[in-house]
Design a protein around this ligand. Structure first.
Ligand SMILES: [Zn+2]
Ligand SMILES: [Zn+2]
Length: 396
């Protein structure tokens, strides 16, 4: 089959690789009909996530048709399914309390060392996201093996197009959980850093949860325009002092909740951020966290800080004093996708949520490498790339 493979920093290519096979009775094989490139795939592309190997198949946002099932899979041939990016067994302590992204059984023992050293506990398995999270082949391919297929994938009705439901695999539940983690109350003012896909869906979710005002912060005009269309007020951080603007907009108190949808490759101008960039380049592993630092300073006393943005290592000069002195709540984590899929599918089916506005480009799988390059270099106009393995080359 054909698949998009990682070959090194900012080097990906579509190659012919062996077809996936059933290796466990709970597996299923999915023929991928649509798969998206995620902002967090750019962290792999940029080489800032460790434990990647040349030839690894990327992609953790995908859906398709069931074409083969193990004897213990509950899926049936021909069903259309969306697959959560988090791989979860369904039976361990964390899966039973719906903390699916903390599954204890999905990352094979031989892959657990690095994350256990870094975090104190091994990470769960994630599709197409380095050997630290299991080394699973991802879904930017014609076919993919889905472990624990009796737990994760959700069957979608035929009348809903791929583009309407694909984002249930990651970014829609991630935006929703980000808003949930911000514990939004009616009348709240919420500020969201980053108007990428997760930031935009967090804005949409915060408004759906009843936030009175949502303020979107970014520097890409088109992305800010999308935020505005969802109902947010906007701040361009290249033109405006963010903290001053937020203080003014919140009557001098500070905003009630903040969401960092940027993560570890945050842009910024502060001196510490420049040092972090240099350290990241030489492999010292400092996450750049200027958005999060700014968010912590902007939120009011007793406010909530929600972090859906991805961080992987250590961060220098983290304002822990502000977290303590202001009595802040900090909530974060990989999304427990399986917890949210059914409810969000019902909202999509009922017309309450539409995520298709985000898709800017549709490409055949064969053009995936161009998709990565453009998504990385033209972030303002390339808001979301959907790859379609069945689409003929040159038809984009
Ligand atoms: Zn993703
Ligand atoms: Zn589990």
């Amino acid at each position: 089959m054909r698949a998009l493979t990682w070959q090194g920093t900012q080097k990906v290519s579509v190659e012919t690789v062996p077809d996936p096979e059933i290796v466990n009775p709970r597996d299923a094989i999915i023929r991928v009909t649509a798969t998206a490139i995620c902002g967090s795939d750019l962290h792999l592309y940029d080489g800032v996530i460790p434990a990647m190997r040349p030839g690894d198949i990327l992609g953790h946002e995908f859906m398709g048709e069931v074409v083969e099932t193990g004897t213990d899979s509950t899926l049936q041939m021909g069903q259309r399914v969306v697959v959560p990016f988090t791989i979860s067994c369904g039976g361990c302590f964390h899966c039973r309390i719906t903390q699916f992204s903390a599954c204890e059984n999905s990352n094979p023992v031989e892959k657990q060392d690095m994350s256990e050293k870094l975090y104190g506990h091994p990470m769960a398995g994630i599709f197409g996201y380095s050997h630290m999270t299991g080394g699973y082949s991802g879904g930017q391919a014609e076919y993919v093996r889905v472990p624990f297929s009796d737990v994760g994938p959700i069957v979608v009705p035929d009348h809903l197009d791929d583009e309407k439901v694909l984002f249930l695999s990651d970014i829609l539940p991630t935006g929703w959980m980000a808003a949930e983690n911000a514990e939004i109350q009616p009348d709240d003012t919420v500020a969201v850093w980053g108007c990428g896909p997760v930031g935009l869906f967090a804005i949409q979710s915060a408004i759906a949860m009843g936030a009175a005002r949502v303020i979107a912060i970014d520097h890409y005009p088109h992305r800010l325009e999308l935020a505005k269309q969802l109902g947010a007020e906007t701040i361009n951080f290249r033109l405006t002092d963010v903290r001053e603007a937020l203080m003014e907009m919140s009557g001098g108190i500070g905003v009630d909740a903040v969401i960092d949808a940027v993560g570890m490759e945050s842009h910024g101008f502060a001196v510490d951020n420049v040092i972090d960039i240099a350290k990241q380049k030489v492999g010292i592993g400092a996450d750049r966290a200027s958005a999060l630092k700014q968010a912590i300073l902007a939120v009011r006393f007793g406010g909530r800080v929600s972090v859906p943005g991805v961080y992987g290592g250590m961060t220098d000069k983290f304002p822990l004093g502000a977290v303590m002195e202001k009595g802040l709540q900090l909530r974060t984590g990989q999304t427990h996708v399986q917890r949210y899929m059914a409810d969000l599918l019902a909202k999509i089916e009922g017309g309450e949520i539409d995520t298709t506005f985000l898709i800017s480009h549709r490409l055949p799988l064969e053009e995936a490498a161009d998709g990565y390059k453009c998504f990385k270099e033209a972030q303002d106009s390339w808001t979301k790339v959907v790859l379609k393995p069945g689409m003929a080359a040159g038809t984009a």
